[in-house]
Design a protein around this ligand. Structure first.
Ligand code: PLP
Length: 405
């Protein structure tokens, strides 16, 4: 606690905390719960949670571990993660991402990849250092940078280019204080998969100037229409300044198990592990055991879900073609789309209106940067199939009524 104000007085908190607001999805979820508790029937297209759960074999492996793993399951493990998981991740990184790392010194398992990002920022930033992120942005990145005393530099991306991030746009926001540039591809909230040639250019140019590339690859398996995810660390011989962040959350439908990781240079990992020790010590051991079993099914398990994802995306596209008030510059990854909403609605945000009037939860574009308030983010990957179909038909009728005339 700083200052002499009574505990709880707002001005007793530091600016870097007070300046950060909670993402609006929280308030929307609370309202949805109220509506449902009062007998409502709200469908969420707001969550970044896939419709599927983890591989059944993962659950069996956890059951077995409860019997066989012994006391190791109930005590702290190594800060950087249990060796079995670090080795499984190193194999996955080599086979799926084309990244060669030493499992003993270049991987750190974290309780979810949001924490991997926070740990990274805490590890590399000095107060006032700048971090460039795409706009629209994933709000947790924005929050973490500011909470760590960094300054966010937004890279405004164009809807007309399908929200592609290019070196040309990055260049405009670089300053001598730029410490890192964040690449999130496939992207939340836009669904953009960045052009591999541009990713290669960005990683070469930035690392040559001593700027870290922090690559968030949480949606790496979700690509459509031939789009290809590439891992920046696989594109350069010297990946010393590339920090790859991964997550098992979406890939294996296990957001609640909280397993993510950092793959980076041994020096970054050596520093980052101090932050992890102070924050969490280690990720929960039982979840790490689960993650080892899940990785046995990489990439067949998540790829087996792509038929359904593609179908949902096609259904969304069909609804949009009959709903002139909504438009989508097609993107090719993750399970989100940012839709431009051309509507006449007085005052309140479209997403809130839609929630109240037809019981469909989406995320207001303003959550991803003020200039995106004319958009809504829709997750097509989350609800059960029948609920998704119902949500699309409610959306079509809502936007049919509220189209700008
Ligand atoms: C781009 C991006 N990165 C990271 C995360 C966090 O994932 P995890 O569950 O691993 O913390 C999310 C979650 O929605 C995300 O959208």
């Amino acid at each position: 606690m700083t200052g002499s104000s009574p505990p709880g007085a707002p001005h007793a908190f530091p600016k870097r905390v007070l300046g950060v607001s909670m993402p609006p999805i929280d308030a929307l979820n609370t309202r949805m719960a109220q509506m449902n508790a009062a007998g409502g029937d709200v469908i969420s297209l707001g969550q970044s949670v896939p419709f599927f759960g983890p591989p059944p074999r993962m659950i069996e492996a956890v059951r077995d571990a409860l019997d066989s793993f012994g006391p190791r399951l109930h005590t702290y493990g190594p800060d950087a993660g249990i060796p079995e998981l670090r080795h499984a991740l190193a194999r996955k990184l080599a086979d799926f991402n084309g990244i060669e790392v030493d499992p003993d010194s270049q991987i750190m398992v974290t309780p979810g990849s949001n924490q991997a990002f926070m740990v990274t920022m805490m590890t590399i930033l000095q107060p006032g250092d700048e971090v460039a992120i795409a706009s629209p942005c994933y709000f947790s990145h924005h929050m973490a940078i500011e909470l760590c005393g960094g300054v966010v530099r937004e890279i405004p991306l164009g809807e007309e280019s399908g929200f592609q991030m290019r070196m040309e746009e990055v260049e405009r926001v670089l300053t001598p204080r730029t410490r890192a540039v964040v690449i999130t591809s496939p992207n939340n909230p836009t669904g953009a998969v960045y052009d591999p040639g541009e990713v290669a250019l960005m990683v070469r140019e930035l690392t040559a100037r001593g700027v870290y590339v922090v690559s968030d690859e949480a949606y790496e398996v979700f690509c459509y229409d031939g789009a290809k995810h590439v891992s920046p660390a696989s594109l350069v011989d010297d990946a010393e300044l590339v920090i790859s962040l991964g997550s098992l959350s979406k890939t294996f439908g296990m957001t609640g198990w909280r397993i993510g990781y950092i793959a980076a240079s041994a020096e970054v990992c050596r520093q980052a592990v101090k932050v992890q020790d102070a924050m969490a010590i280690c990720a929960p051991i039982v979840c790490q055991v689960a993650a080892v079993a899940a990785l046995d099914h990489m990439p067949a398990y998540p790829l087996g879900m792509m038929g359904e994802m593609k179908d949902r995306r096609r259904m969304l596209d069909a609804m949009l073609s009959e709903t002139p008030a909504l438009s989508w510059e097609k993107t090719h990854g993750a399970f989100f789309v940012m839709l431009r909403a051309d509507v006449e609605l007085d005052g309140r945000d479209t997403a809130w209106e839609m929630l109240e009037r037809v019981g469909v939860l989406t995320v207001p574009g303003g959550a991803f940067g003020e200039q995106w308030s004319g958009f809504i983010r829709v997750s097509f990957g989350s609800p059960p199939r029948d609920r998704y179909e119902e949500a699309l038909s409610r959306m079509a009728s809502f936007f049919g009524v509220h189209a700008r005339r």
